[in-house]
Design a protein around this ligand. Structure first.
Ligand SMILES: C[S@@+](CC[C@H](N)C(=O)[O-])C[C@H]1O[C@@H](n2cnc3c(N)ncnc32)[C@H](O)[C@@H]1O
Length: 360
């Protein structure tokens, strides 16, 4: 697994996240949801780059269990574990200082899996990239202009950033904005306001210096979601959607529940939590060597960033304990294929949608 940045780069690349924004927009239209290309004839495994919903037999499960038992035989010493916890934001700052905005790519599967993020997306003509590009750009500019006019004419009272928005989305652990900017570019609702936070100040500086960052439609802020004293820039019950993409896995397992509880208090009744992250026995977990394990299913990479591997049950318990109701809790078992090198890689991701009930 990713024990250093180069390894993480490989890991991210094989998550199929290497397209650029415009190719991604085209891909949205063509790409079916996860779980629709099945490997029926094993001899054809190298005919595609990925196969969905791969069934694991008992033997494969047992091999995975053994690998995890081996690589978690010894936990890292307590003093070192505490350092990884107390300096967690610093390790991510170092990560973004090194990689800037070149590391994570825009999430091209975002609107396929989570159409709620752009209920009426602009349709991009895949035969005409120029037209597609200007159409996406127009949406973005038009929404910015409407928000600006409303603000000038006093139609918006700024009690807090985004207070007069009709739809508020928060992305937690936003990194350099690979989810936030595609949302701002694709969602053409003039009443949309997007918040994004990360505990890495380096990442937030990069978000704020992005050409598409506009305080009319977006508010990026530094926040550690495990910090009880952290003040969020919007009231409780004010968010329509909270997005958690590959972020909860970076949080210490003992601190996940209270962070989720606090975040969920900020969801409106009827609001939605969207989640995607690593699942138990993902290839990334099996590739850790001995000496990188912090606690059960929680590891540290060579660059000091940490990662947890979830089960569906753990997530179901955590989100329902926070008062949410399950709409989706699915496992995405994928066989990824490196056709050139004739390699196969078994990925396991979990995707959830949980809603805050209207009446609690
Ligand atoms: C694997 S990256 C994912 C970034 C982004 N969500 C994406 O998918 O491209 C995890 C992000 O979570 C952030 N993070 C980790 N722990 C956090 C915490 N306690 N509070 C806020 N952000 C955190 C890291 O700084 C990093 O940017």
């Amino acid at each position: 697994m990713a024990t250093n940045s180069a390894d993480i780069a490989k890991e991210v690349a094989i998550q199929g996240e290497s397209d650029n924004r415009i190719d991604g927009a085209k891909e949205e239209i063509k790409r079916p949801q996860f779980g629709s290309r099945y490997l029926k004839d094993p001899s054809k495994v190298f005919e595609h780059n990925a196969w969905d919903n791969v069934q694991w037999d008992e033997e494969q499960e047992e091999v995975a269990r053994k690998k995890v038992a081996e690589n978690s035989e010894l936990f890292i010493q307590e003093e070192q574990r505490e350092k990884y916890e107390s300096d967690a934001d610093q390790y991510w700052n170092d990560f973004y200082t090194q990689h800037q905005n070149r590391f994570f790519k825009d999430r091209h599967w975002l609107f396929t899996e989570f159409p709620e993020l752009a209920p009426e997306p602009n349709t991009v003509n895949s035969n005409d990239t120029e037209a597609g590009l200007s159409s996406v750009k127009d949406t973005h500019q038009r929404a910015n202009a409407i928000a600006e006019v409303n603000l000038k004419e006093g139609k918006i009272k700024e009690d807090f950033p985004g207070s007069s928005a009709s739809t508020r989305i928060l992305e937690v652990g936003c990194g350099v904005g690979n989810t936030v900017f595609p949302i701002l570019q694709t969602n053409n609702d003039p009443g949309l306001f997007v918040y994004c936070c990360d505990f890495s100040s380096t990442a937030i500086d990069l978000v704020k210096s992005h050409a598409d960052y506009s305080t009319q439609r977006c508010h990026a802020f530094v926040c550690d979601i495990v910090d009880d004293a952290a003040v969020l820039p919007f009231p409780e019950n004010s968010l329509d959607i909270i997005v958690l993409i590959f972020v909860l896995s970076a949080v210490h397992p003992d601190k996940m529940q209270s962070a989720i509880d606090r975040l969920c208090r900020h969801l409106k009744p009827g609001g939605l939590l969207l989640f995607r992250d690593y699942g138990r026995y993902d290839m990334a977990q099996l590739r850790f060597k001995k000496g990188r394990c912090l606690s059960d299913n929680f590891y540290v990479r060579g660059d000091g960033t940490r990662v947890y591997f979830f089960t569906q049950d753990e997530l179901g318990t955590m989100f329902t304990s926070a008062g949410l109701v399950e709409e989706q809790n699915s496992i995405d078992r994928r066989l990824q294929v490196n056709r050139g090198r004739q390699l196969t890689m078994y990925r396991v991701w979990i995707q959830c949608k949980f809603r805050k009930p209207i009446k609690s």
